[in-house]
Write a protein that binds this ligand. Sequence first.
Ligand SMILES: Nc1ncnc2c1ncn2[C@@H]1O[C@H](COP(=O)(O)OP(=O)(O)OP(=O)(O)O)[C@@H](O)[C@H]1O
Ligand SMILES: [Mg+2]
Length: 230
Amino acid sequence: MLRLQDVHAGYGRTTVVHGVDLEVGAGEVVAVLGHNGAGKTTLLRAAVGLLPLRTGQVLLDGQDVSRTRPHQRVRRGLAYVPQGQQAFGQLTARENLRLVADVAGREGARRTAEALDLFPALREVLGRRAGLLSGGQRQQLAIARALVTGPRVMVLDEPTEGIQPSVVAEIEDAVVQLAAGGLGVLLVEQHVGFALAACVRFVVLESGRVGASGAGGAEQEGRVRAAMAL
Ligand SMILES: Nc1ncnc2c1ncn2[C@@H]1O[C@H](COP(=O)(O)OP(=O)(O)OP(=O)(O)O)[C@@H](O)[C@H]1O
Ligand SMILES: [Mg+2]
């Protein structure tokens, strides 16, 4: 569904991502690992259209979308949850979801209900301002909001970063459940153990290039940790 081909991207004169290839199919979790500053977020921003490509292509269902705007990619089923538990802090959780649900029309209400089934704890705090939620609740809200767009592929940037352990497990379970339901997930994750257990394939970015890569599975953890010198 989502394919990145020879993606180069960067800022100003600096190229940060140098020729990355990867592919996410329906129901697949594909993990992007790598140290701080390796270029993971830059790669995701290029994939969703927030950063122009230097060279290379982004394909959705075989169609080149490299020159389309981010909102056009959302319409084609590509959702993005940025790093850092982002939400409109002055709006309530419910209003954050409605912003997207109203655009989605009739589907919006159904998708909102499904997203809240995935994160039942969110139902309890729908009336609270997003800025007053815990980091974990705000991350769940951000994922729920992305789900309301009706994605077929979701791009998730460090969804468990800085979140208390009990909520980390809920978010990890949700990722696995979503993929089991057919969603493709491009996952940037610092928790190597979870990422490898959940993914079908992984790449390790090293200074913007693919270093180690291969099939997922918890048994890969030793090899990947060695490659990353963790
Ligand atoms: N807006 C920007 N302008 C200029 N350089 C940037 C910008 N954003 C990131 N960079 C640089 O690009 C490189 C890769 O950053 P990026 O955020 O993609 O890394 P990352 O792998 O996501 O790191 P982290 O694990 O800390 O989130 C870094 O050297 C960073 O300083
Ligand atoms: Mg990042």
